[in-house]
Design a protein around this ligand. Structure first.
Ligand SMILES: [Zn+2]
Length: 279
């Protein structure tokens, strides 16, 4: 599922192809993608408007419109945005749920086999540019940084495991299962350690590792997994999967200590870690 680095890569692509462009036509083809408002309402609110900025908060894309409303796009499990230009337009692929035709004749298509992804237009925007529907989101590490003191304050006294706390979007917006495992490995901390058990240096290491892993993953244009679902706007894959130290590597030797990577169960989710060097 796309996390902060993948969504940021898509955002950077959108900046180049939608900002300043007018929306000429909207086709809502699937029934699940537009569910907070009717497809007819979404269409009315988009057609004729122009995009002014391409933003992101956590895993949400925030495309601002020239009437100060914001088109929110959430890729969720399997959503993919593709930008198609040129005269040779391929036919609409299976699982295409929304098509935006832009004023320059190019198209933005939303493909989502699992249909958890979502589109809606919000007019209730706060002073930070965040729609009211996303007011619950915590700090975005790329937009606002992730100071040690902030993370430590949210871990203190918590019995929940680190993996659960790192992926809690109300604390840090944008981290999911994959990057939580990589961040814990980098910090040499087990993902099932309780938040409240961390010492001050361990919290500092966790915050530093989160910043570094996310920054490196953005630089690698995200991670494309074996399902090949994640692609950027042009349809290209990311390359950070080649640098995963633990995620989906159960049974392989740890690059730091040589022990075998194991898969743990934390609640209903799994977590990959090295029991040799993560304490
Ligand atoms: Zn190890």
């Amino acid at each position: 599922m796309p996390e902060l680095p993948e969504v940021e890569t898509v955002r950077r692509g959108l900046e180049g192809v939608v900002v300043g462009r007018r929306i000429a036509e909207v086709q809502v083809l699937g029934r699940r993608t537009v569910r907070r408002q009717s497809p007819a309402e979404l269409t009315i609110r988009l057609v004729g408007r122009s995009f002014t900025t391409a933003g992101r908060r956590g895993k949400f894309l925030l495309l601002s419109l020239d009437d100060d409303a914001v088109l929110v796009v959430h890729l969720r499990m399997s959503g993919q945005l593709l930008h198609l230009g040129g005269p040779e337009r391929p036919p609409i692929a299976a699982h295409t749920h929304v098509v935006l035709v832009l004023g320059d004749g190019t198209e933005l298509r939303f493909i989502d086999p699992r249909t958890f992804g979502e589109w809606f237009v919000s007019s209730d925007i706060d002073s930070r540019g965040v729609p009211a529907e996303l007011a619950h989101l915590g700090r975005d590490p790329l937009l606002e940084g992730l100071p040690t003191a902030y993370l430590a304050a949210h871990l203190a006294g918590r019995r929940a495991p680190l993996k659960t706390l790192l992926t809690d979007q109300r604390i840090v917006a944008g981290i999911g299962s994959l990057y939580a495992d990589e961040i814990c490995f980098r910090a040499k901390l087990r993902p099932d350690r309780s938040g409240g058990s961390l010492t001050a240096p361990e919290s500092a290491s966790l915050a530093k590792s989160a910043r570094a892993v996310l920054r490196e993953a953005v630089r690698s244009r995200g991670s494309s997994l074996r399902d090949l679902r994640y692609r950027d706007l042009a349809g290209s894959f990311g390359s950070y999967q080649d640098r995963h130290a633990v995620y989906d590597r159960a049974g392989e030797p740890c690059q730091r200590c040589g022990n075998r990577i194991v898969r743990l169960k934390i609640g209903a989710r799994s977590a990959y870690c090295c029991e040799g060097c993560q304490l």
